[in-house]
Design a protein around this ligand. Structure first.
Ligand SMILES: [Zn+2]
Length: 303
């Protein structure tokens, strides 16, 4: 695996050290860095000058131990070394843009790209903690037993994608907790309780613990739970008093689907892709989806 760094990323990280914001940069070194940098301005050829700047930044990136900090954490995931062709780091401007992604090209070469804000170099412990979380995502994606497939719904805000992401994150936090003592259990437990509020508490505890303690999670299981958390795929046909597959409450008031607006059906399917008309839904749920169909898809009955 080859480690690559975007020039912009290296320059920003080095500038942070040169401004005295990271560990291990002595004032003498900072003075030398600025001295060397000033000298480069005397090179008249613009290409030659920018090549010299790149060399200077890369050298200080190594001398100030920034590369070593990344490499130390990368070394905790030896499976990446053998599965990836390239692991590249690029600069991210915002927290939202940060994260790791996997790219597979037509020759099946797998490349990982990690986007991060250079400010993270200001705190070694938190940098390592953050990077472990991202690299564990990558490690799962390349692990044959995880069986990753990028078959998530791609368009629009997707509750399925959000549920999937949460379930995966829980399994990652559990493993981080056991390996490094840094999982945020109560934070994730709260999120899980909110997103899966329609499950009885005992079920929530059981599923959360099984995810948290799973040493080798599988994409397919996470996906199944994300796609069909109410297990509508196994639901009975509407019979009086049976539970509605959407809200889980038993109902005697099933909706009459030929009269339901197609937009409401679409809205239900956006939340529960495996639901079918045949399974029906209670009148109360359908009312909510009919009302929500004209709004962004944020209203969830029972949530
Ligand atoms: Zn219902």
């Amino acid at each position: 695996m080859e480690l690559l760094y975007d020039e912009d990323f290296v320059e920003t990280a080095v500038s942070l050290c040169a401004a005295g914001h990271c560990n291990g940069a002595t004032s003498l070194q900072i003075h030398r860095f600025h001295f060397e940098r000033e000298r480069i301005y005397s090179i008249l050829d613009p290409d030659g000058r920018s090549a010299e700047f790149s060399r200077l930044h890369m050298r200080w990136f190594r001398d100030w131990g920034l590369e070593k900090r990344l490499a130390g954490t990368i070394g905790e995931f030896p499976q990446l070394e053998t599965s990836l062709s390239v692991l590249a780091f690029r600069k991210s401007r915002t927290r939202l843009e940060e994260g790791a992604e996997l790219y597979v090209n037509s020759a099946s070469r797998r490349n990982g790209v990690v986007a991060l804000r250079a400010e993270r170099f200001g705190d070694d412990d938190r940098l390592a903690e953050w990077l472990r979380r991202e690299l564990m995502h990558l490690a799962d994606m390349v692990a044959p037993e995880f069986g990753y497939s990028p078959d998530l719904p791609r368009e629009g805000p997707s509750p399925v994608r959000e549920r999937y992401r949460l379930l995966w994150n829980i399994s990652i936090e559990g493993r981080l907790e056991r390996r490094f003592g840094s999982g945020q259990k109560s934070f994730f437990q709260d999120q899980f309780d909110r997103v899966f509020a329609f499950w009885p508490e005992a079920r929530r505890r059981e599923v959360f613990e099984s995810l948290w303690n799973d040493e080798s999670p599988r994409h397919e299981r996470l996906m199944q739970m994300a796609l069909d958390p109410r297990e509508t795929a196994h639901a009975e046909q509407p019979i009086p008093g049976a539970p509605c597959p959407l809200c889980g409450f038993s109902t005697f008031d099933w909706a009459h689907f030929p009269k339901v607006h197609p937009r409401a059906v679409k809205a239900i399917l956006a939340q529960f892709p495996q639901w079918t008309l045949r399974q029906g839904a209670c009148r109360r749920c359908v009312d909510v989806y009919e009302a929500a169909a004209s709004l962004p898809l944020t209203v969830l009955p029972g949530a």
